[in-house]
Design a protein around this ligand. Structure first.
Ligand code: UD1
Length: 429
């Protein structure tokens, strides 16, 4: 299995191109199941999750073409995908596929909405908390579907189609909101989704669905109104920039006393994060083409942060913040409220010299004078990148195992960091 090897201590300096958001690209690709016509997606990141989802969609009958590179284009440009589902050839999504990526469970709603039936394996994905799907299922039931669980599969049926309804989500869930939207756009009549997730990736999906002919109001708010239509048509949409990748590289820059331009980053997608980072002393300049992040040495101010749904501090940047705060001047408090058990990175960071006490849902991070290299193991997608951030600043060599987690969500990470001066490479065992 490949590992990542980092020799820490180099300042990151240069430019990093921010890719299209994984968490937007996945639901957008899934939305192609809702129409017979071509959905063209631009700025799709090169990620293992995207490749896996392409295979899953291919099984259902989606024909996917990745537009070839044109003269002058580089791998830095996002990919253009053309997805066309003239006919759905299979409404079953098998365990072997769905168990490898949680978001692939979201095919349930569009398959049901378009074909009146779907059989989808219960999901897998990152091992963080229990991550149930109850909200997805009650949402579809509200729209008139019958749901049965059998042998690890969800069997959903709505032979006469779905009917619009009022859906009040009992908890803010990104996935359940995607699911509710993709089901409601083809339902008969009106749907109101209350307590909807306001994440920019939900808004990105809603905007794309609107281009496809869906009638959706309240985009970006916690109440979405959907007027069902009979069919959707093709459209062209550009995937928004990845705010989690942006925040990650901003913290990597600060961790190494660096000065990095994050090209293509959008400040409006991560205001709370920028505010937190600024409160530590990091300089962040908003420019028309992106964000410049710089820190000129010295300890950072500690922070007290709680993760929460958008517009709050994202859980997907919690591990990276914990790593960064290990170099702060004092005690930081980082509370995780979105997922249980999302602190697997803590014991690995401790192997590199970080001082972190875990009490319930809160990590108390005491800043230290310096981290040292060591051998560590990635446990999930965001945890693995927190180890990279720590390794970049640690003295000596850090070896990170199980990096397949990283390839799921970070495009060409060694190349992007390497171009800014990091000594980082992938080594085969
Ligand atoms: C998405 C993101 C993930 C991010 C998370 C929260 C993608 C591909 N993934 O995951 O990176 O960390 O949002 O911002 O976009 N819950 C239930 N019942 C349900 C569904 C969820 O109780 O039916 C709970 C979860 O256990 C969790 C909370 O709701 O505690 C939020 O989860 P959710 O927003 O659904 O996360 P995902 O959509 O899976």
């Amino acid at each position: 299995m490949d590992r990542i090897r980092i020799i820490g201590g180099e300042r990151l300096q240069g430019t990093i191109q921010i890719s299209g958001a994984k968490n937007a690209a996945l639901p957008l690709m899934i939305a192609s199941l809702l129409t017979r016509e071509t959905l063209t997606l631009k700025n799709v990141p090169r990620l293992a999750d995207v490749t896996l989802l392409s295979r899953i969609l291919g099984n259902h009958g989606v024909d996917i073409t990745v537009v070839g590179k044109k003269a002058g284009q580089t791998t830095i440009d996002g990919q253009t995908f053309k997805l066309k589902a003239v006919e759905i050839v299979d409404t079953t999504a098998p365990y072997e596929m769905i168990s490898r990526m949680r978001a692939s469970f979201w095919v349930l709603a569009p398959l049901l909405a378009r074909c009146g039936e779907a059989k989808v394996s219960l999901p897998g994905g990152c091992v963080i908390g229990t991550r149930p799907v109850d909200l997805h299922l009650t949402t579809l039931e509200s729209l008139g579907a019958s749901i049965e669980l059998e042998g690890g599969y969800v069997i959903a049926k709505a032979p006469k189609g779905l009917t619009g309804a009022r859906i009040a989500l009992s908890k803010v869930s990104v996935g359940a909101t995607h699911n509710a939207l993709m089901a409601a756009v083809l339902a008969r009549g009106d749907t109101v989704i209350e307590n909807a997730a306001r994440e920019p990736e939900v808004a990105d999906l809603a905007s794309c669905l609107r281009k496809m002919g869906a009638r959706i109001g309240g985009i970006g708010t916690s109440t979405l109104q959907v007027q069902g239509v009979e069919r959707l048509h093709g459209a062209e949409h550009r995937v928004l920039p990845d705010r989690i990748e942006t925040g990650t590289y901003a913290m990597a820059a600060a961790m190494t006393d660096g000065d990095v331009m994050l090209e293509g980053a959008r400040a409006d997608l991560l205001q709370e994060v920028l505010q937190t980072l600024r409160s530590t002393g990091i300089e962040i300049e908003e420019r028309p083409s992106g964000l410049r992040v710089a820190w000129n040495g010295g300890a950072l101010n500690p922070v007290s942060v709680e993760t929460s749904p958008f517009p709050g501090f994202p859980t997907d940047l919690q591990a990276q913040l914990v790593a960064l705060m290990s170099r702060a001047n004092g005690l930081s408090k980082v509370r995780e409220t979105v997922f249980e058990n999302r602190f697997m990175h803590v014991q690995e960071l401790a192997r590199l010299g970080a001082r972190i006490d875990l009490k319930g849902d809160t990590a108390f991070v005491t800043g230290v004078n310096g981290l040292h290299g060591g051998q560590v193991m990635a446990t999930d997608l965001r945890a693995s990148v927190s180890l990279i951030i720590a390794g970049l600043a640690a003295q000596g060599e850090t070896l990170i195992g199980r990096i397949y987690h990283l390839d799921r969500g970070f495009e060409r990470i060694e190349e992007k960091l390497g171009q800014c001066g990091a000594r980082i490479e992938r080594v085969s065992a």
